[in-house]
Design a protein around this ligand. Sequence first.
Ligand code: SAM
Length: 333
Amino acid sequence: MVLLTDAYGRVMRYLRLSVTDRCNLRCRYCRNGKFERFIPHADILRYEEMLRFVGLATALGISKIRITGGEPFVRKGCASFLAMLRQRWPALDLHITTNGTLLEPHVPLLAHLGVKAVNLSLDSFDRATFAAVTGRDVLPAVIASMDKLLTTGLRVKINVVAVRGVNDTQVDDFVHAAKTLPVDLRFIEFMPMGSGTPWNRENFWPAVEIEEEISRRVRLTPITDNQENAGPARMYAVAGGRGRIGFITSMTDHFCRACNRLRLTSDGHVRTCLFTDREYNMRDLLREKRVSDLRLADTLRRICSLKPIGADILRLRASGKAVAKRRMTSIGG
Ligand code: SAM
C-alpha cells in the first residue's frame, strides 16, 4: 500500500471529517456571532462525495476517522452516514466529536456500529456557566447523552476548553467528575482560532497551571502505557477515581512531530495542519467527472507530502493573533 507521508517522515493515519459547519450552539470561543456566515449548501460535500474521499484515504493508509462539525448531528442523515461508513469499511476506527445535545437517540446505533469513543464537548458542569459559554441552556440534554453513552458501555472522552474567567473556578466539579465517572476528562488549551477570536493573554489558562490546581486536590499519576498515550492528550490516573484526567497542550507544548492527522472540511477542502489556512480544494476535483480515483489519490499524496510543522507556524505569529482565518466550527476542531 502506498501511504500518505510527508517530508518529516510522518505517516497520515487519521482523518477528521467535518460533515457540516452548522451548529446549534454558539460557544464563545468557537464562533463569533459578528462573523456568522454559513457555507452555502451547494458547496457542502454530499455524503456520497465524502464516502468517495474516505475510500481514497483508506486505500492510502487512513485507519481512523473522526466525524466532527459544526455539530455533526445537526446535519440530516448523519447517523445513516455513520452506518454506511461502517458497512463499507468494517475495520475502520470510528470516532465522533459532538456537543451531545442531539446525541441521546443515536447512542444505541453508535454502540451497534462499534464506535470506539465519543468525544463530548462539555466545558462546565454548572448549568448557568454552560449556558453562558454555549449560548443555550441545554446542559441537561448533554448530561442525559453522557449517561446513556456510559450505560450503553461506550467509551466517553470529555473535552473541556479551558478558559480563565469562565471555567477556572470549577476545578472541584471537574475533579469530582473524574473521580465518579468512568471518563477521560481532557482540558484543551484555548487556541486563537478564527478572525475575531476572543483569545487573549488574560483568558488563556495554560495546562501546567490547571495541572497544579488539580494536583492540590487529588494525586495524578502519569499513564505511561504508549497505547493509551497515543493521542495528543497527556493522560493521568486520578487517585481513587473511576476516570482519568488529561491535558491537550496545543499552545504550550506541541505534539506536531507525531501528528498523523488530515482534515477534510465540510466544503471539501483538505487541511494538513490546524495552524495554517493553506487548504486544498478537493471538492472541485471530486465533482469533475473526468478526474479519476487514481488522479485524486495522487493529488492527496502530493498534498500530504507538503504537511508543515504547525509549531513552526505558531512561533512566527504574534502572540494573540488568530492562527487561522477559519473558525473552529468550520474546520471541525
Ligand atoms: N460540535 C462538536 C463539538 O462541540 O464537539 C464538534 C465540533 S467542535 C469545533 C470540536 C472541538 O473543538 C470541541 O471540543 C471544541 O470544544 C473545540 N474547540 C473549538 N474552538 C476551540 C478553540 N478556540 N480552542 C480550543 N478548542 C476549541
